[in-house]
Structure formats: C-alpha cells, structure tokens
Write a protein that binds this ligand. Structure first.
Ligand code: AHR
Length: 499
C-alpha cells in the first residue's frame, strides 16, 4: 500500500503559530500539588516548584499555559491564592470534590511561567462570579500601580504588572456539570459584558469566549451561534474542547480521531463566519482549541472521590500507550492544518493529570509516550504550514466510514529552507509506504527520519523505562531523485526532516 505526498513551498496555509503548542495547568488532582509544586523535592526552588518539571516543560516545547482551570475555575476565588501563604484559606473544590489549600496561587504561578519560559493564559470565573471579580483580577494582574488591587499585588511582592495578554471568559459554560452552567443566551451576554468592561482597563487583551465542551454536545453549533451573536465584536477567539479515547476495542476508529477534530474545527469556523456575515463585520474570529488530548474519561482514574475532600488526590492519571501517542501526533497534524484559524491550542493537561509529564511525589519524573510527538512537532514545525497534496489508501472504520490510512502535514522555514513532515499510519495492521515528492523544494537532503511505533500498540512508558517506547531512527527510507520513500509501520507516527 502506498500513499503520496507532494510538497510545494508556493502553497502555504499560514505561519506556524507558536501558541499551537500550549498546555494547561489546572488545580486538579496532582497537577499542581506534587506535580509542578513539591517543596520536599530535591530540585524544588524557593516557591517549592520542581526544577525537573520546569526542565521537561521546556523540553516539551510548551508555548502557553492555561490556568487555573478547567472546571476548577468556575468556583475559584483568585484572592484566596495571593498574599502570605500561611494566611490563605483552604476551600472546598466542588468541581473535583477536593480541598484546595491555596498554597499555590496567581503570583507563584506567574513565577513558574517565567522559570518555564511560557506565556500564561488566564481564565476568569464566570460560574459563581461575574464582571466585577474579573475586573478585580485584571486590575491585580495588569495595572501598574495606584489602585487597590494593583497596590495589593505590589504589597504581595510583585512590583511590575504581570501584563497577561490572553484571557478565557469562563470555562465550558455549556456543560451541565459546570458550576454556574448557563444557557447560551445567558453566557453570551455575560461574556460580552465582561469582555467590554475588561477592555476598558486594557483594550489590547486577547479574549476567548467559551465554545462547546465537545462536538458531541447536544447544543453544539447552536451554542456557538448564540454566544457569538451576543459577543462576536467583543472577543477574539471562540474555544473548542475535545477528548478522544478508544471505545469497545475499536482501535481503527480511535486512530481516526483527527477526522473528528478536522470536522469540529471546520464547523466552528463556518458558524463564526456565518455570524460575521449576518452582523456585516470584517473581523475574523480565531479558534482557541484550549483543551485537547486523549482522555479515558469513563475509566476509574477519572472518578472524583465522593467520601471525603482530599488534597491533591490521584485523579485522571491516564497512562498512555503508543496508539494514544499516534493519536496525539495526528491531532497536532489537524491543528497545524488549520493554523489559518486555530491560532491557539492547549494540550490538556501538563503534569500528572492526563499529561505527557508524570511525577512521583518527592521522587522521579518521566515522559509518557504522548510527550514525544508533541515535543518533536513543537521543536521542528517552524516557518509556514504547507498546503500539502496527500493521496492515501483508505479503509472503513465504524465511526468515520472510509478513513484515509495516512494523514500528514509539512512545515517549511523560508529562511533556512528546513522542511519537516509529520505523518501517521492509522492502519492497525498494515505497513504503508509514503512517497514524498520533493520536486518543488530545490536541493534538500534528508536530515533525519524518526518513527514512534511498537509491535504492541498498547506498550506504555513507566517511571523505570520511558525510553524504549520513544521514537527511534527509521532506517526504511530510500531516495530516487526527487522521490523520498518512507516506510510507515502500522499504528505509527513519523517525522521526516529535510534541509
Ligand atoms: O481537563 C480536565 C477537564 O476537562 C477540565 O477541567 C474541564 O474543562 C474539561 O471538562
């Protein structure tokens, strides 16, 4: 079986958006406490943040980090997390049936962002709170001095404003599980009024309205249309969230998950553009795909405790397989393919909670399988996303009908001529050959070809061994003139670099 891919630097989609490689830190399970933050750990800094987590966050190539939730934010009082740590209240976190000690809050998180070299993306609580509290938080973060909350920040030890650019107006307000869940009409009005007031403090903010929690929501489509009818002019982004997992042993459909993401993105774009047309506006809205990943959300690790209110319980700690990593790599291909409209995305989440990075309290750190396609795509997807011509054999799947077995995207740095191709073989059993036509690229040589695959697609990394399921050099590459021929094993993710 052979697929073919033609690359031409004349055909581009858009520049690669660095914010595509964002992630997400929520006060949930062990993401913050014993994840990012573990004062007893030998690598901990003065705030108690683990240096090894900062190191792997940098290696992962994370650009932005969304914070502090997620469902958590819809009951959060940001003031609880600032000022002297000893004076901060413990609160019930209703979203995850946990106790939030508030040892880590806004100012600590901002110091962590600086250490990790990431841009923060702050979410405001529009579940139990409203316009005023969002304004207070913005004043604390972005106003230099001379007002109550800006001076409080200075008194708390942060002289310069945090100057946070990107703000999420609530979280998943379409979901009946959300604290303060609203109808689209109610939320659209609140988002518009919150945004309008926030811009009175800082006109250049980049604001994200909540779209749907999944394309399977019964309100999907209508939600976006109603929210944007209210808020289009006030916001810059509409969010999208999607989690995928293998159901009923149907690996073939699971491997096709990016088809759902492609359609989801295209449907949100169509809906936003329809509102734009109806309102006779020129501004185009972008998508912030600010939660995406593989998440086995019906499995035991994702069930919140019911009998007590633990601090930092083990929650949502999925252990990812090679097949999961192939899907993650493919979802990144989908995000890159839509870079003209998807200008921000967040892999949910960063540490321990459905995460590429795992930690033992006070102990080891290790990379899950999903770490690798993210890190390599973030590092080598540079310059422009190319509009590639791909032709692939297909096979039927239960969820998506006839499903192309190969999916791929390419990027090219016009300055250096460096090209990166990212490809997956979604066949559960067949190796495939990918013929890459390099005719239009001029004189380029193969730099490297690496593939993540395993005879057992369910192989997982562990704290003892996170190397044997990492990508390896793919030696099944041949070249005849302008044709590069790469063998893609079944259930695999591959990166080819040329320069
Ligand atoms: O990322 C885990 C949870 O998934 C988030 O808290 C919520 O926004 C989504 O439902």
């Amino acid at each position: 079986l052979t697929a073919s891919l033609t690359l031409d630097p004349a055909f581009t989609i858009s520049p690669v958006r660095r914010r595509t490689f964002g992630s997400f830190v929520e006060h949930l399970g062990r993401c913050v406490y014993t994840g990012l933050h573990d004062p007893a750990h030998p690598t901990a800094d003065a705030d108690g943040f683990r240096g090894d987590v900062v190191g792997l966050t940098r290696e992962l190539g994370v650009s932005t980090v969304r914070y502090p939730g997620g469902n958590f934010v819809s009951g959060y009082r940001w003031e609880d997390g600032v000022g002297p740590v000893g004076a901060r209240p413990a609160r019930l976190d209703l979203a995850w049936h946990s106790t939030e000690p508030n040892t880590v809050g806004l100012d600590e998180f901002m110091r962590w962002c600086a250490a990790a070299g990431v841009e923060p993306m702050m979410a405001v609580n529009l579940g139990t709170r409203g316009v005023q509290e969002a304004l207070d938080l913005l004043e604390y973060c972005n106003v230099a001095a001379g007002s109550h909350f800006s001076d409080l920040r200075r008194a708390n030890g942060t002289e310069q404003p945090h100057n946070i650019r990107m703000w999420c107006l609530g979280n998943e307000m379409d979901g009946p599980w959300q604290i303060g869940h609203k109808t689209a009409q109610e939320y659209g009005r609140l988002a518009a009024e919150t945004a309008r007031a926030m811009r009175m403090i800082d006109p250049d903010l980049e604001l994200v309205a909540c779209g749907s929690s999944s394309s399977a929501m019964p309100t999907f489509g209508a939600w976006e249309a109603t929210v944007l009818t209210e808020a289009y002019e006030q916001v810059d982004f509409i969010s999208a969230h999607a989690y995928y997992f293998e159901e009923d042993g149907d690996l073939a459909s699971f491997l096709g998950s990016a088809i759902n993401m492609d359609r989801f993105i295209e449907d949100v774009v169509a809906t936003a553009d329809a509102v734009r047309a109806a309102q006779k506006l020129t501004k185009r809205l972008h998508i912030s795909f600010d939660e995406w990943n593989v998440w086995y959300l019906n499995a035991a690790p994702s069930k919140p405790p019911t009998d007590d209110w633990p601090v930092a319980p083990v929650l949502l700690e999925d252990h990812y397989s090679v097949a999961d990593a192939v899907v993650v790599g493919n979802l990144l291909i989908s995000l890159l393919r839509h870079s003209d409209r998807v200008r921000s995305a967040s892999l949910a989440q960063l540490v321990n909670v459905i995460a590429p990075i795992m930690t033992e309290p006070g102990g080891r750190i290790w990379r899950q399988t999903t770490f690798h396609p993210f890190a390599l795509t973030s590092r080598y997807a540079v310059g422009d996303v190319l509009r590639v011509e791909l032709s692939s054999p297909a096979a039927p799947t239960a969820k998506f009908g006839d499903t192309p077995l190969v999916d791929a995207i390419a990027t090219r740095d016009a300055g250096t001529g460096a090209v990166a191709v990212f490809a997956v073989n979604r066949s559960v059993s067949e190796p495939l050959v990918l013929d890459i036509d390099l005719r239009a690229l001029g004189a380029v040589e193969l730099v490297e070809c690496v593939t993540l695959a395993n005879p057992d697609p369910y192989a997982r990394a562990t704290a003892d061994d996170d190397r044997s399921v990492a990508p390896r050099e793919n030696t099944a590459v041949t070249r005849e003139g302008d044709l590069l021929r790469v063998e893609l094993p079944p259930v695999s993710w591959t990166m080819v670099r040329l320069a």
